[in-house]
Design a protein around this ligand. Sequence first.
Ligand code: PMP
Ligand code: GLU
Length: 387
Amino acid sequence: MKLSEKLSKIQPSATLAITSKAKSMKAAGEDVVVLAAGEPDFDTPEIVKEAAIKAIKDGLTKYTPAGGTKTLKEAICRKFKKDNNLDYDISEIAVSNGAKHSLYNVLQAVCDPADEVIIISPYWVSYPEMIMLAGAVPKVIATKPENGFKVRAEEIKSAINEKTRAIILNSPSNPAGVVYEEKDLKEIAEVCLQAGIMIISDEIYEKIVFDGREHLSIASLSSAAREASIIVNGVSKSYAMTGWRIGYMAGNKKIISMVTTLQSHSTSNPCSISQAAAQSALVSDLEGKMKENCEKFEQRRNFLVKSLSEVRGLTPFNPAGAFYLFCDISATGMNSMDFSKRLLDEEKVAVVPGRPFGEDSFVRISFACSMQTLEKGARRIKEWLDN
Ligand code: PMP
Ligand code: GLU
């Protein structure tokens, strides 16, 4: 049987595969320490759960417009004004089944075959595959830990050619926790504006920034930057709502309309009940809760960086945001696949290899878990490498 050539080149999501393997080992009674998951360990806020129950009881159980309900879009517009000082009209918003789906759809709307999309390594595992699924080609710019894993504007300039359609920026980033400052963003925006390429700004970790930093959206730098940008965000990470599957995007009306048409033929609307829940998350007073969660992530980050710095063979990169620690393992003599496989088999600690993020001498360790779990994981890693 002849099957799709395009799909046969796509790898399954390593983050989802490892997390699900580790969770099923745990469910089977094995004492696994799961440091792989890309989701907050906190529960969805009670007020959000109540809103979902109310939505069911009120009969919000039917199809909604393909790009999301008007009331949710209005709540998203208010969020952009409050958090990012950006004015959007509801015609510039589309709601999808998670930020992953938003990114997938934007790439479908922007790319034609053989177009190029710039991504910065280490990148989130799904970026190259989503670009290829849109028929386009990922153009990877490598960065180094000694430069804070940050891309410089002139490197972007050299990577741009007549086939370049867009760049995906991710701040705070997965997997290295890189947070771009205003100065960096201004330089990047200038290069992109000059070349006329689109900036797809993945801001899903916006609420998780450390050491007193503030998240800044590249779209808020100027009206020209706003015009060139599509912001992707969602409720998964900020409100501990990964399973509800609500993400959204803001930007150019034409793209929003194309994405809405695509959704109308592929997924229809995002779940009506999840939309009501997401709306409640955005309009309820949850700032204090988010701040509290962020402080917990920061304490865990501090603990993990300190304890792994003391382990022979490991050089952790200090993340400024998100909830992952990207750790250099090259001094152990193992590549990331062997390291992760052996650590899981021999010590029952699940981490994600760096290879699918574009860095084979690193592993990604999630600290979206309790302090107790982290202590246990760090102890096992130390004992394993000491031996
Ligand atoms: N972007 C990045 C960088 C991520 O790590 C994730 C994690 N899933 C997403 C987007 C998508 O999030 P979701 O689909 O759960 O909204
Ligand atoms: N984004 C998370 C991660 O990187 C969740 C899994 C996924 O969607 O890939 O682990």
